[in-house]
Design a protein around this ligand. Structure first.
Ligand SMILES: CC[C@H](C(=O)O)C(=O)SCCNC(=O)CCNC(=O)[C@H](O)C(C)(C)COP(=O)(O)OP(=O)(O)OC[C@H]1O[C@@H](n2cnc3c(N)ncnc32)[C@H](O)[C@@H]1OP(=O)(O)O
Length: 299
């Protein structure tokens, strides 16, 4: 669940209202019995999704470098567990999503794909991943995908579940779905339209062209190009870039992410009500009172 922070000290009416609002983000997009698909995905092991927390920034690592970090069945399950863990990380502020070994992700593992290439499994896998990536997208953390090497197919879709994308001058994002007789199924098309607009998204999906970093920056898919591909340097630069957006207390950063998600996802009136509720948790809060007690000049 992407959780709003709801202080216990609020009066009962406001607290109940906030709890109701919170249940909006906790609702899975698709409600279905997950047992069958979980059992199926367990049969395709390999690789891992690793979670590291360092201070206020967590890093999720897609880890199967021998297959360019392709997603196996168990990695799909592990991603969900890791996202769930991040949902209850109350002190966190930022998240970096990256692949192991200087590349991002080559999409679904084709061995897994072949084994579940029937309508029923395809549909439940699609719903499972859409639920997970929606939860990832709604985490109250500011998230950035560090795209080194390639982000192909499902890998390209994954980048769109983050708030921002940093690429290296050598990396590329490519929606190859058309070449496989498919459309994105992990929510990637919907999110791509939100990020770069209908016309640009349609061009990328219908051409299956590779998007190198300069073009990605131009059309708003990437937020920065890192000039070196050296892994340690890229990670340091990504942390530096992210740290600009996560200065301040975790409650303030999480509230900012929540109002932004609300603005993106909810109809106007509902979003305004949600913003009011979140605002009410921040007004006269310790962070707010501390700021007011200092002499402020925003020069
Ligand atoms: C599109 C829909 C679907 C979804 O989930 O929505 C998908 O994502 S399906 C997967 C789409 N991705 C692909 O089709 C990737 C195909 N592979 C490639 O294009 C290349 O391997 C590439 C560009 C990723 C990497 O090329 P490079 O020359 O750097 O390395 P190799 O080709 O030698 O790859 C090393 C090794 O990895 C295996 N590999 C790569 N990607 C996958 C994958 N997605 N699933 C399974 N295995 C993958 C590749 O076959 C090589 O294995 P080897 O045994 O050494 O031949």
């Amino acid at each position: 669940m992407a959780m709003l922070y709801i202080p216990r000290c609020l009066n009962r009416g406001i607290r109940n209202l906030l709890l109701q609002q919170r249940s909006f983000s906790a609702q899975p997009i698709h409600q279905f019995n997950e047992d069958d698909i979980k059992e199926k995905l367990q049969q395709f092991p390999g690789g891992s999704i690793d979670l590291q927390k360092e201070g206020e920034i967590a890093t999720l690592i897609i880890n199967q470098p021998e297959r360019i970090n392709a997603f196996t069945g168990t990695m799909i399950l592990e991603l969900r567990d890791r996202v769930e863990e991040l949902e209850s990380w109350t002190n966190g502020k930022g998240l970096i999503l990256r692949g192991a070994d200087n590349t991002f992700c080559s999409g679904s593992d084709l061995n897994t794909v072949r084994a579940i290439s029937n309508p029923k499994d395809g549909m439940t896998m699609c719903m499972f991943m859409q639920n997970t990536l929606t939860r990832l997208q709604r985490l109250p953390l500011i998230s950035v995908a560090l795209v080194q090497g390639v982000a192909l197919g499902g890998g390209a879709e994954l980048t769109t579940a983050c708030d921002f994308r940093l690429m290296t001058s050598e990396s590329e994002i490519r929606f190859v779905h058309k070449l496989m007789g498919l459309v994105p199924g992990w929510g990637g098309a919907t999110r791509l339209v939100q990020i770069i607009g209908y016309r640009n998204a349609l061009k990328l999906l219908s051409s299956a062209d590779r998007v190198r970093s300069a073009k990605a920056l131009r059309i708003g898919l990437a937020d920065k190009i890192l000039p070196s591909s050296d892994h340690n340097w890229c990670m340091e630069e990504t942390q530096k870039w992210l740290s600009h957006y996560i200065k301040g207390s975790s409650k303030v950063i999480q509230a900012i992410k929540n109002v932004a998600v609300s603005g993106r996802e909810l109809p106007l009136e509902e979003s305004l009500r949600n913003e009011k509720c979140i605002f009410s948790t921040m007004w006269a809060s310790p962070d707010n009172l501390k700021a007011l007690s200092t002499v402020m000049k925003h020069k």
